[in-house]
Structure formats: C-alpha cells, structure tokens
Design a protein around this ligand. Structure first.
Ligand code: MTE
Length: 317
C-alpha cells in the first residue's frame, strides 16, 4: 500500500468526555441503566461489552476453525498508528474510546448522534464466525461479536435517495501518531458501501471477538466487518455514518485507484497489479505449506453474488 501525504484534518464529532461522564454519573446515582429501566446495560464496566445475552450463533460458517486469538490480536493493520503489523497492539492502547458516539446523517429521516451504549442496548449481540481476507494475501477466521449494520441504519430511517453509505474513523491525533504527523494516508480513514451491501444480513458492526470486548488494535469500540470484501473495507473505530446519493471517496481507492477499487470484492481472478490474488496464506500456517485457494467473494458467493449480477467484476474491482 502506497504512502501519501495528508492535506487537512476535519474536526471530530465526539461529544465532549466531561459532559458524557457527568451524565453517566447522574444516571448511575439514580440507579438506572442508560437505555431506561429493566434493560441490562450494554457495558459491563468501562469500555467492556456485556456479553450476558450473547447469541452463540455461528452462521453461516460454523465449520470453520477460528485462527488462534493471539495471532489475530497481534498481527493488525492500523495505519493511524503504524506501518507494520506488530506495533498497534501496544500503540493503540492509548486510544480514548469511552465515551463513544456515532453520528448518523445524510439521506435519512432521523439524523442523530447515538452514544454507543444506546446503540448496544437496542441490539442482541451475535457471534458470527467469518473468513477474513486481506488484499495483501493473508487471511484468518474470526469469531466476531456484533450485530447487523442494517439494524442500526434502520434506526435512522434511510430515505429512498440513500444509495451509498460512508463510514469515517475517529480523528484522535493526540493518540494516533500517523494522524499527528500527517503520514501515509489522507486521514481520517474513510470507507464506503453501496446501500444494498450495507443492508445485507452478512454485513456487521463488531464490538467484540473471541467472546471478549474488541481489542483497541482490532478496531474498538466499533468496526465494520464485510466478509466477502478485502479487509481494508472493514473500517475500524467508526464515529460517523453518512447515507449519500453518490459514492463516497474512500481512503485506499483515492490513494491508489488502479490498485484498490471501491468494491474490493474478494476475487481470485482479478489480480492486484503487483501480485496474484489466486491464493492466500492462512494466519498461523506455514508460509509455503498452507496456502489455500482464494474463493470468489471469499466463499460467500451463495449469499452475495446476486448483488453483482449485471456487473463485470473485472471492471468493478
Ligand atoms: N481501519 C482504519 N481506521 N485504519 C486502518 O488502517 N486497516 C484496514 C482495516 N480497517 C485499517 C482499518 C485493513 S488494510 C485491514 S486488512 C483490516 O482493517 C485489518 O483488520 P485487523 O487489523 O483487525 O486484522
């Protein structure tokens, strides 16, 4: 992935921490949960997700064996922090992720800014074991915990004019060295989906993995997971979701359009200009011994191929 200089940094949309902490103290004083009486809080403690009601469903991939958690937690791509795969484990720990809110705006009937607790208190968390394929040629199998993105989008009531969804990562230059030094990419990191991709039941927002709260280096407190697309679409630490009439400019596509398409559907027959996408290295396996054949749509053809029926996938890569 190529290096580019950043030009401007829009300000963050987050509710000031002092205001949120005060509100939380007040609510605790009254003995209420954040969403109202009788509903268990989505958080078991500061920054920790409550997994009490987790549905241990493994659809549709319960035959897959998850990659060892330690590998997934210690081999990450998080360019706001580092260019290598080892250092975010340590560097990301300084991120401030509580309180956290997500602004939903654009082509919706009900634009709003939701505190993460308020979102989670309306969701039933599910475990989903998905294959995950990075455009660089490595892959893993991860038991994510989260909920369908469609559930959240429906809360904002999308208008019929909403054709695309844009996601934006937090701007936190005080904890993210490459945002501070304006290195590598045009931050904030932005990704996008077509509305039907965003509403697809496989598309999820994750708050956990391996039955635990999502580690910061893997995108806490809220990240996207789109299992049939290359991993760079699965944007981390989301603070803003905008429903749009037109396709958004996305980080990697803007940075190197000939290398990283907007669609980024996993496809063994469309090589990256600098390497083949025909096979992949499953994390935790030997480099030469355990390459596996890459599957069209990362193995999710049955569920998603119909979304692209009339498209030439070599052109819309
Ligand atoms: N999201 C943000 N905000 N910043 C990033 O650098 N990297 C992407 C994606 N989401 C990235 C991001 C890439 S290139 C990949 S492959 C996946 O996150 C990696 O997810 P993981 O680190 O949890 O394995």
């Amino acid at each position: 992935m190529i290096i580019k200089t950043k030009k401007d940094i829009p300000s963050s949309e987050i509710t000031p921490p002092e205001i949120f902490k005060e509100r939380r103290k007040f609510i605790q004083m009254l003995g209420l949960t954040l969403a109202g009486a009788n509903i268990p809080s989505a958080f078991a403690g500061e920054n920790k997700v409550n997994f009490a009601n987790l549905i241990k469903s493994t659809t549709p991939d319960d035959s897959l064996k998850p990659t060892p958690a330690e590998l997934v937690k210690n081999y990450t791509n998080y360019y706001e922090f580092t260019f290598n795969k080892d250092d975010a484990t340590k560097l990301a720990q300084s991120m401030v992720i509580d309180p956290w809110s997500v602004e939903i705006s654009g082509e919706v009937e009900k634009p709003a800014t939701y505190h993460l607790e308020a979102i989670l208190n309306k969701q039933t968390l599910e475990e989903r074991i998905y294959r995950f394929r990075c455009v660089e040629g490595w892959s893993m199998v991860v038991p994510w915990v989260g909920f369908s993105l469609a559930n959240l989008l429906k809360m904002a009531k999308p208008l019929s004019t909403a054709q695309f969804v844009k996601f934006t990562t937090i701007q936190q230059p005080e904890t993210m060295p490459n945002q501070r030094d304006k290195k590598m990419l045009d931050f904030p990191y932005v990704e996008g989906l077509r509305i039907d991709e965003a509403m697809h039941p496989l598309t999820m927002l994750a708050v956990g993995m391996y039955g635990e709260t999502l580690p910061k280096q893997n995108g806490a407190p809220l990240r996207l997971v789109v299992p049939w697309k290359y991993g760079f679409k699965s944007i981390k630490a989301i603070v803003k979701i905008e429903l749009l009439k037109n396709p958004p400019l996305t980080t990697w596509n803007q940075s190197a359009p000939q290398e990283y398409g907007f669609y980024a559907n996993v496809n063994p027959s469309v090589p990256h200009p600098r390497w083949s996408q025909n096979s992949e290295r499953l994390l935790g396996s030997g480099f030469f011994t355990s390459r596996r054949q890459t599957e069209l749509f990362n193995g999710y053809s049955e569920q998603v191929a119909s979304l692209y029926q009339n498209m030439d996938l070599r052109h819309f890569f």
